[in-house]
Ligand binder design. Sequence first.
Ligand code: NAI
Ligand code: MG
Length: 350
Amino acid sequence: ETPRTISLAVIPGDGIGPEVTAEAVKVLLAVTGGSPVRFELTEYPLGAEHWLETGETLPEHTLQALKEHDAILFGAVGAAPGDTLVPSGLIERELLLKLRFSLDHYVNLRPSRLYPGVHSPLAAPGNVDFIVVREGTEGPYAGNGGVLREGTPQEIATEVSLNTAYGVERVVRDAFQRAAARPRRHLTLVHKHNVLVNAGRLWKRTVEKVAHEFPEVTHDYLHVDAATIFMVSDPSRFDVIVTDNLFGDIITDLAAAITGGIGLAASGNINMDRTFPSMFEPVHGSAPDIAGQQKADPTAAILSAALLLQHLGFDDEAAKVERAVEKDLSGRDGTRRTTAEVGDAIAAAV
Ligand code: NAI
Ligand code: MG
C-alpha cells in the first residue's frame, strides 16, 4: 500500500474537551500504527478559555488554516453554565455554528446504538441501532431573524426557518445513500408537515422524488412528536432518520439518552462534497462540573474518531475502533477508571 499522510486539525477546547480528545488521538494513532496511514496533527487553541485570554472566537486566519486540513477532531467548548464572564451564545454562534456553516457541514451525522452490556433507561429497549442524518446548515439555526422594540411590551422576535430545495435535496440524498448501505435499508423522514406546511411539503416532496433513485430502500414518515413516542416505546423500528436542523438537535439528545447516555454519543459534521474538511466531535459539552478530574468518559470522543476514519475511507480501521469500544463496554463492571485508563484499554484492544 502507498503511504498516506492525513493532515488532522485538533481543537481540544474547554473543560473535559482536552481530556477526551487526548484519548481519541491515542486510539487514532494506535489503530493506524504499523499501517501506511500517518496522522500529522496540528492543535488549535479555541474556545471559551481562549476567548477570555485573547478576545478571539474564530479569527479569519485560523478559519483559513483549518480549511487546509483533511479533517478536524473537536473536543468540546463552553464555559460553566453559571459563568458570567463569557456571554451566553457567543461561543456557540461565533465558533461552533460559524465552523459548521463556513465549512458547509450539511450532514450532521449521529449514530445511536445500544451496545451489549450498556444499560438503557428503557424497560424494553430491544435492538436499538439507527442513525440520524440531521441537516446542518439551514432551518431555524440559519440566523435569519431579528428583534424589534426589544425590551418593550411590543417586542417582536423572529427566527425564520430556512429550507432550500438544494439544501434539503442534498441531505435527503445522503440519507438514502446511507440507508442503501445498511442491512435494513429503511429511511424515516421526521418533520411536522401538518403544521409547518411550507417547509414540510418541500421535505416530503423531496423524499418522494429522491426515493425513485433508491428502489431498494423503503421509506416512511413520522411527525416529530410521534417520533419521540416511538423512540421510547419501539426504538428498534428506526434505521435511518432524516430531519431538519432543529428537530434533529432535539431527537438526537433523546436518542443518546436511550442508548446509554451522553458519554457514548458521537457525531460528525460532514461536508460530503469534500470542498472543506469535516469535523468530528462528541455530542456532549465541556462538562465543567467534572473537568480536570479524569472522570469524563472518552468513549464518545473515541467513537467520533471512528466516524472520522470512516469518512476518510479507512473502513477497516473504523470497524476495529468500534469493536474495541464494544469489547470495552461489555466488560465494564462499575469499577472506576480514569479517562486515560479507558483510552488505554481501547487503544490496547485495537
Ligand atoms: P455537558 O454535556 O457539558 O454536561 C452535561 C452533564 O453530562 C454534566 O453533568 C456532565 O458532567 C455530564 N457529561 C458530559 N460529558 C460527559 C462525559 N464524557 N463523561 C461523563 N459525564 C459527562 O452540557 P452542559 O453542562 O449543559 O454544558 C457545559 C458547557 O458545554 C456549556 O458552556 C455549553 O454551552 C457547552 N456545550 C458545548 C457543546 C459542544 O462543544 N459541541 C455541546 C453542548 C454543550
Ligand atoms: Mg444539542
